[in-house]
Unconditional design. Structure first.
Length: 486
């Protein structure tokens, strides 16, 4: 069980927070799947089996054009078009009676499906059926914490969006981490009529929702999973959390800019094919870099590490150049062993250590070792404690929940505010206007690029999915503070 820390509230305040916010929410959540909780009308959707092509505007009931009036009757949109001709006649002076007017068809312009309000579906694994309150109602099941924190951040974001004039109806669903439960959720009228879907978190439920969203032509965002194998040939699927390949590419590009002409060594666990494959990405990027004429060569060595001593590692290092050591491991014990040995070599060799994104979640790492090794790491998410936007979110969160926001709460806030503003500015078919969508978020940026077989190209006509390509690069300074360097 997980007990949430509060900011020294009185017992009464603490009880009120959990009793009203969590317990009340869980009770309501059990009713969501059977009762309609929407205050808005149901929208007409693409019939099952008739997916809307990526480049085709939605039907007229969902895509009012400029100059048309929308009349809502009994939950249905009816359009009263005004005189909007789609063709223009061009006349030239007649020289005889046989000459006829020439008709020219104007190019079709994509219309943004901007509406006065939007229905969104949020699917998270609250696991409400496993909740057993204690006497003080201040306990939360550990497997429910992440979903609840994301949801709390989203609630603050929804408040801010409403203050900005955006009308959203959010339908919240407990997936329980079960594809079968997700299947029942997808049969509800609110989800079938949704303008946007956020979640679930885990890959199996994501696959079920991705197939549904693709069939219905609804844009769907994976909030946390970076997996690129959830769906294919699906231009409605967005990955908000960059894949490990995207992280490695961003790290490599940064190193080529900030640490030119250095001695690069990748270290991976010899017993892990995944880690060796990740190390191989840097070798591939180096070959492509040289092939593009950026440098005549990139000095990169790959070390498949088993149980090397410091002396054996030193054989791979340069006495004259700075050594950029990229450790592509995700294993806590392995990472600590390598860092300890590199720290012993730092007086003899100049070393810059580069790690993987999950290192930021490992509490056992020796911070003094990282500070002495000029540690760099990539992360999809970075909180600037001094930014005005973060301070506002933090204060509003504290006021509402009587506790400090976690990183998950900040992620939920960032996701809902970014895509909420995107809906407001570009409509429910915003994927057709990605070149116009603002990329600036609160804790990260959202630079979505189309991907086909893990190869990114802005010219891709029908991608397998869209992935956020923005990655933050952090440096751990000698004074034990992380700073963003890119």
């Amino acid at each position: 069980m997980f007990k949430k820390n509060s900011i020294s509230p009185s017992p009464k305040t603490h009880y009120t927070y959990f009793n009203i916010t969590f317990v009340h929410f869980l009770c309501c959540l059990l009713l969501v799947s059977t009762l309609a909780n929407s205050a808005c009308f149901n929208r007409n959707r693409v019939p099952k089996g008739e997916a809307r092509p990526p480049g085709k505007p939605s039907n007229t009931a969902n895509n009012p054009k400029q100059g048309q009036t929308v009349v809502r009757e009994h939950g249905t949109d009816k359009l009263k078009p005004q005189n909007n001709n789609t063709t223009t006649e061009i006349f030239t002076p007649k020289t005889n009676d046989l000459e006829k007017p020439v008709k020219r068809v104007e190019p079709v312009k994509l219309q943004k499906n901007i509406q006065s309000s939007y229905d969104i579906a949020i699917m998270l694994p609250f696991n409400a059926n496993s909740y057993i309150p204690n006497a003080s109602y201040d306990s939360i099941p550990e497997k429910s914490v992440m979903a609840l924190e994301l949801y709390e951040g989203m609630l603050v974001g929804l408040d801010h969006l409403q203050q900005q004039g955006l009308q959203l109806t959010a339908h919240i669903y407990d997936t329980e981490k079960k594809p079968s439960k997700v299947g029942r959720i997808l049969s509800s009228p609110e989800v079938q009529g949704a303008d946007f879907i956020l979640g679930p978190i885990y890959n199996k439920p994501l696959k079920t929702v991705a197939a549904f969203a693709k069939e219905r032509g609804i844009y769907h965002v994976s909030p946390l999973s970076p997996s690129t194998k959830v769906t294919s040939n699906n231009p409605y699927y967005f990955i908000a959390n960059p894949s490990i390949e995207t992280h490695c590419e961003a790290l490599f590009n940064y190193l080529m800019e900030a640490h030119k002409n250095k001695h690069y060594v990748t270290i991976s666990n010899a017993t892990s094919s995944k880690e060796s494959k990740t190390a191989g990405l840097f070798a591939r990027f180096a070959r492509e870099y040289v092939g593009n004429g950026e440098f005549s060569e990139v000095n990169m060595t790959q070390l498949n590490y088993a149980s090397h001593t410091e002396e054996e590692i030193a054989a791979y290092l340069s006495d004259t150049q700075e050594n950029v050591i990229i450790v592509t491991s995700f294993n806590e014990l392995f990472i600590n062993d390598v860092i300890r040995k590199l720290h012993m070599l730092r007086d003899t060799y100049r070393i810059t250590l580069v790690g993987m994104p999950n290192w930021l979640e490992i509490s056992s790492l020796q911070l003094d070792y990282l500070a002495h090794l000029n540690f760099h790491v990539s992360t999809p998410f970075w909180v600037d404690e001094y930014s005005a936007v973060h301070q506002r979110f933090k204060q509003d969160y504290i006021t509402r929940f009587q506790t400090y926001p976690s990183n998950n709460a900040a992620k939920g806030y960032d996701l809902i505010t970014h895509f909420g503003r995107t809906l407001k500015d570009h409509g429910s078919n915003f994927g057709l206007f990605l070149n116009e969508v603002a990329t600036q978020g609160t804790y990260t940026n959202y630079q979505f690029a189309p991907a086909v077989n893990n190869t990114f190209s802005s010219l891709t006509a029908s991608p397998d999915y869209y992935e956020n390509k923005y990655v933050n690069i952090l440096r751990y300074r000698p004074d034990f503070i992380f700073e963003k360097v890119k």
